[in-house]
Design a protein around this ligand. Structure first.
Ligand SMILES: NC(=O)c1ccc[n+]([C@@H]2O[C@H](COP(=O)([O-])OP(=O)(O)OC[C@H]3O[C@@H](n4cnc5c(N)ncnc54)[C@H](OP(=O)(O)O)[C@@H]3O)[C@@H](O)[C@H]2O)c1
Length: 244
């Protein structure tokens, strides 16, 4: 555990999983001056030192073991000195490019464990902390939740998040706001790690900072589901909307 969660003049207590890279890190950098942040990832504290925004805490929570990851987050929040959460942004995710349209059994298991099962376990474990501040749970899905060639297990995991958000939004109504945000393709390391060659298409992927801006205003607005893609961006989505 790095850091302490004393918030002083900072207003919200925000947990961001997958906060050491890509969209999670871009969101953390955007929010760090105004809010108190606790980030998580699979990498060790030594590996991420120097990457995180000043003052942000960090907890290792490997979602390859869904139950342990939920326990690690709850323990990390306590160690950080927090007894409640205003926002939990469950953003960590992985993908594996399917070979000839077929995902390996291992890829299916890892994808569902990290992207769906861990999020389900974490959501349940974080509910009491969010309830204390009538907070917001934000699940980071993908436009691929509607189905996408080359990444069937990934698409299924994100469709699962879509259904989970709908269920929890009604189940927890009046206690915790629940939403799912579906980003479009962004220039992060996700695709390379997945073994997916985006080729020339990458040129039109959105910048992580712009997606993070749209994430922040969508989180502030608490609506669900919200698609964060080129259409929203071209309509000024990265520069307008509510401020978190
Ligand atoms: N980039 C896109 O085009 C795109 C589009 C739509 C949706 N999304 C979604 O946006 C979210 C963030 O993606 P990104 O593009 O920012 O990807 P990224 O740059 O690859 O970052 C992924 C993050 O997830 C964490 N993570 C991966 N496996 C983990 C595990 N087993 N346990 C704990 N943490 C783990 C990583 O931490 P470590 O580095 O410590 O492993 C990292 O912080 C994902 O849910 C992704 O599906 C991305």
């Amino acid at each position: 555990m790095i850091g302490s969660g004393r918030i002083g003049a900072k207003s919200r207590r925000i947990l961001i999983t997958g906060g050491n890279a890509g969209l999670g890190l871009a969101l953390a950098r955007k929010l760090a001056r105004r809010h108190s942040l606790l980030l998580s990832g699979r990498k060790s504290q030594r590996e991420v030192a120097g990457t995180l925004p000043p003052g942000a805490g960090y907890v290792v929570a490997d979602q390859g073991d869904p139950e342990m990851s939920a326990q690690a987050l709850v323990r990390g929040i306590g160690d950080f000195g927090w007894d409640s959460l205003d926002n939990a942004v469950l953003n960590a995710g992985v993908g594996f490019a399917a070979v000839d349209g077929v995902d390996s059994t291992d890829a299916i298991r890892q994808t569902l464990d990290v992207n769906l099962l861990a999020v389900m376990m974490q959501a349940q474990a974080l509910f009491p902390l969010l309830k204390k501040s009538r907070g917001t749970l934000s699940l980071i899905g993908s436009v691929a939740h509607k189905g996408s060639a080359t990444i069937p297990a990934y698409a299924a995991s994100k469709a699962g998040l879509h259904g989970l958000a709908r269920a929890l939004r009604s189940e927890w109504s009046g206690q915790v706001s629940v939403q799912v945000l579906h980003p479009g393709p962004a220039k992060t390391g996700l695709h390379d790690k997945a073994g997916y060659d985006s080729g020339r298409m990458r040129a039109i992927f959105l910048a992580p900072d712009d997606v993070a801006s749209m994430m922040a205003s969508a989180i502030a607005a608490r609506r669900s589901p919200v698609t964060l893609s080129w259409v929203r961006y071209l309509n000024g989505g990265a520069y307008t909307g509510r401020r978190l």
